[in-house]
Design a protein around this ligand. Structure first.
Ligand code: 13P
Length: 287
């Protein structure tokens, strides 16, 4: 069932658990995530970055694939197709293409401009019944081999953006995309607690879910995080399983080169990763 992320996240916030956003890259990814969500009766958010959208031949292709799969696989749990870290233009393009949820990442703009653009998108999303994620305090990560440390958002700026009527708020609390470096200081729970106190019932989003220790995830959920984004971990699991298959020479046995066989261990590895995360986040059985 294709839905916006609003109801599932409000329920998660009230029920003290989090819904996973798992980024998709292709058909195998999407199928693995949807089947796992259905098996575990968990709501799920499929994240689509601008780059992945381009790779999958455009946002309309993504919407067509996901809708077709929901029908073809008989998926009954709530599923949102969500733009991840969208520019202003991409956010509008995804709304046009039929996404049920979008993220406008205006964190790199001065706060006034972030507010202005977010406000305009709130009106559009409200009209269409779509959920909207906004961001304050940019989330670091590796770019050109340099790992940028994540910022900590200003709780007052978070409140200003939350009050615009968005559905969920991504706030930097020292989290970064990709693998965490050995000298990572951990999440700033002080920042998270201060933001939570300011924004009340607003579901908070934790980006960079890969590699955050389980106890930090649980503490973040207890402090108001209701959506957790995971991307790199599924990629690493897929790559390791595919590498093993090839290294064991299985592609050279019989029809082992058939992509449906070659990609199967990777799909199973994504399923196992998604299952582990849904159990940790507490969303199992919440569909
Ligand atoms: P990771 O790749 O670190 O899991 O982060 C995913 C994410 O936050 C997507 O927005």
């Amino acid at each position: 069932m294709l839905v916006s992320a609003k109801e599932m996240l409000q329920k998660a916030k009230a029920g003290h658990y989090a819904v996973g956003q798992f980024n998709i890259n292709n058909l195998e990814w999407t199928k693995a995530i949807l089947l796992t969500a259905e098996e575990l009766k968990s709501p799920v958010i499929l994240g689509v970055s601008e780059g992945a959208g381009k790779y999958m031949c455009g946002f309309k292709t993504v919407v067509g694939m996901v809708k077709g799969m929901i029908e073809g696989l008989g998926i009954t749990v709530p599923v949102a197709i969500h733009l991840d870290h969208g520019s202003y233009e991409a956010t509008k393009a995804c709304i046009e293409a039929g996404f049920s949820s979008v993220m406008f990442d205006g964190s790199h703009y001065p706060i006034e401009e972030n507010i202005e653009k977010t406000k305009e998108l709130v009106a559009i999303c409200d009209d269409l019944g779509l959920s909207l994620e906004a961001e304050v305090g940019s989330i670091g990560g590796e770019e050109d081999g340099v790992v940028g440390m994540g910022e900590c958002a200003d709780p007052d700026e978070c409140k200003m953006i939350a009050d615009l009527g968005i559905t969920m708020l991504a706030a930097g609390i020292g989290n970064i995309h990709g693998k965490y470096p050995a000298n990572w200081a951990g999440l700033s729970f002080e920042t998270l607690a201060a933001i939570s106190e300011k924004v009340g019932d607003m579901p908070l989003v934790l980006h960079g879910g890969t590699g955050i220790p389980a106890e930090m995830i649980q503490k973040a959920i207890s402090l108001g995080v209701s959506k957790i984004n995971v991307n790199t971990e599924c990629q690493l699991a897929f790559a390791a399983a595919t590498r093993k298959y090839v290294e064991e020479g299985k592609d050279l046995v019989g029809k082992g080169f058939d992509p449906r066989k070659l990609l199967a261990p990777g799909v199973e590895a994504i399923k196992a990763t998604v299952k582990e995360k849904m159990e940790l986040f507490g969303s199992v059985g919440k569909a």
